[in-house]
Ligand binder design. Sequence first.
Ligand code: IVH
Length: 693
Amino acid sequence: MNSLFDMNKEQAHSRHQELAAEIKRHDAAYYTHDEPEISDAQYDALRRELEELEKQYPELVSADSPTQKVGAAPAKGFAKVRHAVPMLSLSNVFSEEELGEFLDRIRRFLTLPENESIEIIAEPKIDGLSCSLRYEGGKLVQAATRGDGYEGEDITENVKTIKDIPLTLPEDAPDILEVRGEIYMGRADFAALNKVQEETGAKTFANPRNAAAGSVRQLDVEITKTRPLKFFGYALGQVSEPFASSHFEVREQLKRWGIPETAYTICASLDDLMQNYQSILESRPDLDYEIDGVVYKVNRLDWQERLGFVARAPRWATAHKFPAERAITRLNAIDVQVGRTGVLTPVARLEPITVGGVVVSNATLHNQDEIDRKDIRIGDIVVIQRAGDVIPQVIEVLKDKRAGDPPSYQLPDTCPACGSLAIREEGEVAKRCTGGLICPAQRVERLKHFVSRLAFDIEGLGDKIIRDFFAEGLIRTPADIFRLEEGNKASLTPIRAREGWGDLSEKNLFAAINARRDIELNRFIYALGIRQIGEATAKMLAAQYGSIENFIRAMNEAQNRESEAYQSLIAMDGIGPSMADDLLGFFAEDHNREVLQDLLSQVSIKPYDAPQTQGSPVAGKTLVFTGALSISRSEAKAQAERLGAKVAGSVSSKTDYVIAGEDAGSKLKKAKDLGVKVLSEEEWLSLINEKNQ
Ligand code: IVH
């Protein structure tokens, strides 16, 4: 290439064209697939060359030059959007039996008599990307991805290019209407897109889902515009005026307002549902879009509301997944991975094989018992299975294909990462590394967990980067993440100078980290990575203790198992003694306390944002239900939790109310002994209904 100063105007012109095209192509590779073909440093160099050229020859600056696009350089990422109503996920069933249990649970929760039928709407489960469309005054004002369910990404401009989606609604639509649905790509359109990608040398997509997601999550809206995307509506978010009393009515009304809808079937029994499932399964190959199951939803909206949600999924809906796909391949080796809490997990390395359109080369073997039970040995020919997003499994070994008598497999007695003893405690299935914090694998896994989506959610700190930064000593503990920028300023080898990095990606990384210096208490607790403390439990703890100071104080006090703090911890519904042991064990360790203190010097913790309990007379109160109520115990509990109350399993002096139904026994007595306020069911109902006046 000529140097800038050797070029004549004509050459400069043609180099400019070349560069602009190349940068656009790399933008596409980067934003479409999250899979750049060149390093950030190389990309930055291209942009700099372009900028230099334009400085020399200002006449080259045109409206569509990459230098004129949003800001100086495209920033990776979209603005965040907080969902007015969370966008949750679906539970799964895989068999008639599990489907029957789903229906039974609903019947029990609602205390419906055996002869009352539960109307269910069955609709296809199209695999794409979920999206919430928000209309205000009949106009599409915002479109957002699901994200972590509470906060998604603003993709309004991209979504406006999807022809299927109306930009305005008729006058009779509510003032505020959120339509949740799926953006997807049809089979034929997917094939055609991949053909074009192939011809133009661009990367092809593995499946229609990836193609849809990649096409929507484009900073360059022009690219989204060219992609054949479709949409169908499957649920509502926030709505200013209710307009339906059943899911059926919702779908029909949405259709009248111009929102695309798929076909659906109304079923009234398990038999109906199974028949419908069979017929959809049979028609699957003829559909012009790919589906991975059937979604069932309770038709009555008042029932949906009563049923509510458990953890991340509604009780009133489930997905009936199609049978998993299987394939036969060779198990070449067994590797051992060390998890965050030291668990050794054997992983099968397989001869790569395509299962349902996806190449599989690893499968989990779970633990030693599983290997023994299936008699899995290295070199075996095995049947593997892949169901949806679940990690592939080894189903069985084809024993007649076994060559000779290879030795049976035993997990090692020492940790492959740190060499510490690995032991399996009495009554446990897992073998664990005893190295604790000296084990680099555990520390890296903890860091990975710390930045993961439901924890600190730091974009840009992927698994590989964490591993590398840990190995180089840049990040050893969570607090180091927040000191990275400061240290980088003084560093002789700054991050931007590394292979695969550049000014832009360095800047973005620090921006992503700094954006998380304010973090919600529930995310913070979850991020600590304490054994057994998952996302839902972290949320319960955050709701119970409200602030980080209270939480830490309570954990310290509860070290004494005789204390009230301990009693109220284990009285929390869903926290048993074993979970309490893990939780308290974490706080008992000096090292953990140091890490925590260090971290608290870097971040500030927002008190837990309890879901929609404004004006609730029982928000933050601790209740105990006892005796027989007119609704099921699960419903009573769910209802109280929706109002921000905490439901405990046993009565203590911290209990605010005991709600006593018929035939209440020892808990009622204890409440009276302790002087805790006792309410009858009627008194309880009138208390919580006050807020609706
Ligand atoms: S209902 C609270 N209905 O599947 C309601 N979801 O695995 C939750 N999906 O996140 C969603 N087709 O992206 C619903 N007919 C359908 C669906 C559907 C596809 C997707 C959706 C959801 C995911 C859950």
